[in-house]
Design a binder for this molecule. Structure first.
Ligand SMILES: CCCCCCCCC/C=C/C(=O)SCCNC(=O)CCNC(=O)[C@H](O)C(C)(C)COP(=O)(O)OP(=O)(O)OC[C@H]1O[C@@H](n2cnc3c(N)ncnc32)[C@H](O)[C@@H]1OP(=O)(O)O
Ligand SMILES: NC(=O)C1=CN([C@@H]2O[C@H](COP(=O)(O)OP(=O)(O)OC[C@H]3O[C@@H](n4cnc5c(N)ncnc54)[C@H](OP(=O)(O)O)[C@@H]3O)[C@@H](O)[C@H]2O)C=CC1
Length: 278
C-alpha cells in the first residue's frame, strides 16, 4: 500500500503527463489509490487509452492525448481537464525523454526536439495550468527531471534541458507563492520500467549493466519515485517549494575512485504497484 493515508487526495484532481507508462503510470496509480481523480496525457493515444482502461479499475481516470511541445494542445488539455472535473489541484510534469548521442553528431533538429519536449513542454504545461486555474485557486506542481548533476555525457541535450527545469522550478516557486502554488522537482536516478528498458536496452539491458555502479547495487522502481511525488503534492510538504529532491539513493554522489561498495542487498526496493499488463 501507499505510505500515505487512505483518502488523502479524495476530491482532488491531477494531471500527469506521460501517465500511461513507466514512472508516470506508477504516480497515477498511487494518486488513484489515494482517492485523486487523474487525467493522463501523452502523444500515443492508443497506449494512453489502454492504460486508462487498466487504471480505471483503481479509480477515476481520463485519457487526453496531448503533445506537450504543442502550445494549442497544451491549452486544450488543461481546458478539457477543467471541463471534465471542474477543478485542478495537482500537475505532474513527467512526460519527457531523449535519445543517446554524443554532441558532435547531434542534429539541431534532434537537440530542439529534446529541449522542446523536456523544457518547453514543462514551461507550457506550468504556464497554462497557472493561467487557467492555479492563479485563482492555488495548487501544487511536481516536475520530473533526471540525474544530470555532474553533466550528462551522451545525453547533453536532456542534461541541459532538465537542469533548466530545476531553475524554472525555483523561479516559479517564488513568482507563484502569493497565489498559493508550490512548485518542486524530483530527480530520479536509474529507474527500471518496461518502457525505459525498451528505449535504452536494444543491445543489452542498461539497467542490468549499471547496477554495479550504484550504491544500492540495484536500480530504482517507479513506486520509489511515485511515493516522493505524492508526498510533495500532499499537505505534508506544505513548507516545501522550489526544491528538487533526488530519488537515487546516492548514485549522483558516488564514484568508485574514493570508495568501493561491494555487492549487497541491504537496500531493497519498496515496491507495491502492480506492473502494467503488456
Ligand atoms: C550504461 C549507459 C547508461 C545509460 C543511461 C540510460 C539512461 C536511462 C535514464 C533515463 C531514462 C529515461 O529517460 S526513460 C524515458 C525514455 N523515453 C523516451 O525517451 C521516449 C521519449 N523520447 C522521444 O520521444 C524522442 O527521443 C524525442 C527526440 C524526445 C522526440 O522524438 P520525435 O520523433 O517526436 O521528435 P522529432 O521532432 O520528430 O525529431 C526527431 C529528431 O530527433 C533526432 N533523433 C531522435 N531519435 C534519435 C536517435 N535515436 N538517434 C539520433 N537522433 C535521434 C533526429 O534528429 C530526429 O530527426 P530526423 O533525423 O529527421 O528523424
Ligand atoms: N527511467 C529512468 O531511469 C528515468 C526517467 N526519467 C524521466 O522520467 C520520466 C518518465 O520516464 P519513464 O517512465 O522511465 O519512461 P517512459 O518512456 O515510460 O515515459 C515517458 C513518457 O513521456 C511521454 N512523452 C514523451 N514525449 C512526450 C510529449 N512530447 N508530449 C507528451 N508526452 C510525452 C511518453 O508517452 P507518449 O510516447 O505517448 O508521448 C511516456 O509516457 C521521463 O521524463 C524520463 O525522461 C528521468 C530519469 C531517469
Amino acid at each position: 500500500m501507499s505510505v500515505l493515508r487512505p483518502n488523502l487526495f479524495r476530491g482532488s484532481v491531477a494531471i500527469v503527463t506521460g501517465g500511461g507508462s513507466g514512472i508516470g503510470r506508477a504516480i497515477t496509480y498511487e494518486l488513484l489509490t489515494l482517492g485523486c481523480k487523474v487525467v493522463i496525457a501523452s502523444r500515443n493515444a492508443e497506449r494512453l487509452e489502454k492504460a486508462a482502461k487498466e487504471l480505471g479499475e483503481v479509480g477515476d481516470v481520463t485519457s487526453i492525448p496531448c503533445n506537450i511541445r504543442k502550445e494549442e494542445e497544451v491549452q486544450a488539455l488543461i481546458s478539457q481537464a477543467l471541463e471534465k472535473y471542474g477543478k485542478l489541484d495537482f500537475l505532474v510534469n513527467n512526460g519527457g525523454g531523449q535519445f543517446m548521442s554524443p554532441v558532435e553528431s547531434m542534429s539541431l533538429k534532434g537537440w530542439n526536439a529534446v529541449v522542446e519536449t523536456n523544457l518547453t513542454g514543462t514551461f507550457l504545461m506550468c504556464r497554462e495550468a497557472y493561467n487557467q486555474w492555479f492563479k485563482a485557486n492555488g495548487g501544487s506542481i511536481v516536475n520530473i527531471v533526471a540525474d544530470m548533476w555532474r553533466g550528462f555525457p551522451m545525453m547533453a541535450h536532456t542534461g541541459a534541458a532538465r537542469h533548466a527545469v530545476v531553475n524554472l522550478t525555483q523561479s516559479l516557486a517564488i513568482e507563484w507563492a502569493e497565489d498559493g502554488v508550490r512548485v518542486n522537482s524530483v530527480a530520479p536516478g536509474m529507474v527500471e520500467s518496461s518502457t525505459a528498458a525498451a528505449n535504452y536496452g536494444k543491445e543489452a539491458n542498461v539497467f542490468d549493466v549499471v547496477k554495479e555502479y550504484l550504491p544500492t547495487k540495484r536500480t530504482g522502481v517507479p513506486d520509489e519515485v511515485s511515493s516522493v511525488v505524492c508526498f510533495l503534492l500532499s499537505p505534508g510538504a506544505s513548507f516545501i517549494s522550489g526544491t528538487t529532491i533526488k530519488v537515487d539513493c546516492g548514485s549522483s554522489l558516488y564514484t568508485r575512485l574514493m570508495w568501493n561498495i561491494d555487492n549487497h542487498d541491504k537496500l531493497p526496493a519498496y515496491q507495491w504497484i502492480p506492473k502494467p499488463k503488456l
